[in-house]
Design a binder for this molecule. Structure first.
Ligand code: ZN
Ligand code: MN
Length: 479
């Protein structure tokens, strides 16, 4: 039956895996080193699934997941256990993955406009590498602690909003993981892997009848692109009356073609024959951890930091994001703010950081943050009109390559603005004498002509003359 074209509802759910930053793997004492390039060196009988080898729970990994749950306002389970998720694949040497099924460590909570279902802890798989006709396996990653977050399905009336909400969620989650030190969460390195469940329906309440899961999303941009692509694909099928061709399946995202493609039909939970792992103890988290203390000791999170920056510094939202996304830059800026003290100066400093410093850094990788003392000195000089803003930019370009005192640079190069009217008057007189035509045109009523004289005086003074004072002197002397 041909359907009338009209409104469609987009339902999105996210699943995000993140590798935890721990010394050792999830169930053995092998090193958890994502930067190890030599294959199969961080392995042992436990993570290689030798018969008789027994797993031991990494307490630090459990603690990290609890911290993430506390940061997201979720419920921390009292009782939790690990289950075996059975399936055969070469990257999973035991024939099952140790994961959590009925009793995840974390449930509920919300972030960036989406509700959370759960966060559970499991082990990562090995790495498959296809070289020529052979498939090689590196087990260094097998058994690395992996945290899986699952969100509730959220229905949107607008595809752009759905895509944006999903990528914002992933961004904010990545920030939180890095603030907590729980994961490096680098998407390109695969330390954080986002999967999006997408369904489209003309009926608002009939969601999740059939949905696809899109994998291989290596960037926030890919998350948005893949969702938009899938929604367009499914909407077209609905419009052609071919909605029964929308099947429950796993699809990959081809970065180069910007398209999704079918990978396999999706397993149901029953297919994995989950059951509690008999080799591992059950956990009573409220007994094993001091949750109150852990909550009190959480570091400042991105949302709190945003609020504090807005309140204390009164700077622009986009400036705040620069400091939120670059932790080191944020700490450095806070030190500057403390030295300057004054809100107006802090705002001015932030302008120089976000437009000038970040601009310089973009064009030259050698650019480094100057010391807080020198940067604050620069802001003091310019805000007290001792140097012009042009000079301030020039000095900044110097001190980001070699940290020096701006006052020293300004003094040595005669860049301090001359407030001494006697010296300035000589320069102004010289310019008046040299430019009789401009003077005549000003005197005939073309008031704008004065600006060309101001420019010449400032140039003659090598940028040291204060424009306001120059204008005042010119007007007096041309009366
Ligand atoms: Zn091991
Ligand atoms: Mn998983």
């Amino acid at each position: 039956m041909q359907r009338e074209s009209g409104k469609y509802y987009v339902t999105i759910g996210l699943e995000i895996h993140a590798e935890l930053k721990t010394q050792t793997k999830m169930f053995c004492s092998c090193s958890n080193d994502p930067n190890e390039t030599k294959p199969n060196v961080n392995i042992c009988p436990v993570c290689m699934a030798h018969p008789g080898a027994l797993p031991v729970i990494n307490k630090k990994a459990v603690e990290q997941v609890i911290k993430v749950g506390l940061a997201l306002g979720s419920k921390i389970a009292d009782f939790t256990e690990f289950d075996r998720k059975n399936y055969f694949y070469p990257d999973i040497p035991k024939g099952y993955q140790i994961s959590q099924y009925k009793y995840p460590i974390v449930s509920g909570g919300s972030l960036a406009g989406m509700e959370l279902t759960r966060i559970h802890l499991e082990e990562d798989t090995a790495n498959n590498k296809h070289i020529g006709d052979s498939s090689l396996i590196d087990f260094n990653r097998a058994g690395v602690p992996l945290m899986e977050l699952v969100t509730e399905a959220h229905t949107f009336e607008d595809v752009d909003l759905a895509a944006k909400t999903a990528s914002n969620f992933a961004k904010e989650y990545q920030l939180i993981l890095s603030y907590l030190g729980a994961s490096e969460a680098n998407m390109e390195k695969g330390e954080m892997r986002v999967e999006a469940n997408v369904s489209v329906s003309p009926d608002k309440d009939k969601k999740w009848t059939e949905y696809v899961e899109v994998k291989n999303l290596n960037s926030f941009r890919s998350v948005e692109k893949a969702i938009k692509y899938e929604v367009a694909r499914m909407t077209a099928l609905w419009e052609e009356g071919k909605e029964n061709e929308i099947i429950k399946e796993t699809r990959g995202f081809d970065e180069s073609k910007q398209k999704t493609f079918s990978q396999r039909s999706k397993e149901n939970a029953e297919d994995y024959r989950y059951f509690p792992d008999p080799d591992l103890p059950k956990l009573k988290l409220h007994e094993a951890f001091n949750l109150e203390k852990m909550k009190a000791e959480l570091p400042e999170l991105p949302a709190q930091k945003r609020a504090r920056y807005k309140n204390d510094f009164g700077i622009k939202d986009e400036d705040i994001e620069s400091y939120i996304n670059d932790f080191t830059l944020g700490v450095w800026f806070e030190n500057i703010a403390q030295i300057l003290g004054d809100k107006e100066k802090i705002k001015l400093a932030s302008n120089y950081v976000t437009s000038d410093y970040l601009g310089l850094k973009k064009s030259n990788p050698e650019v480094k943050l100057p010391s807080t003392e020198n940067f604050a000195e620069l802001i003091n000089l310019v805000s007290e009109n001792k140097i012009s803003s042009r000079t301030a930019k020039d000095i900044l370009a110097k001190i980001v390559l070699g940290d020096e005192s701006p006052l020293k640079i300004a003094t040595e190069n005669n860049l301090l603005q001359t407030h001494d009217e006697g010296t300035l008057k000589e320069i102004v007189q010289k310019i008046i004498n040299e430019n009789p035509e401009v003077v005549a045109s000003y005197k005939s009523g073309k008031e704008n002509a004065i600006m060309s004289l101001v420019g010449k005086v400032i140039k003659e003074s090598k940028g040291s003359a204060n424009p306001q004072i120059v204008i005042k002197l010119l007007k007096e002397m041309l009366k």
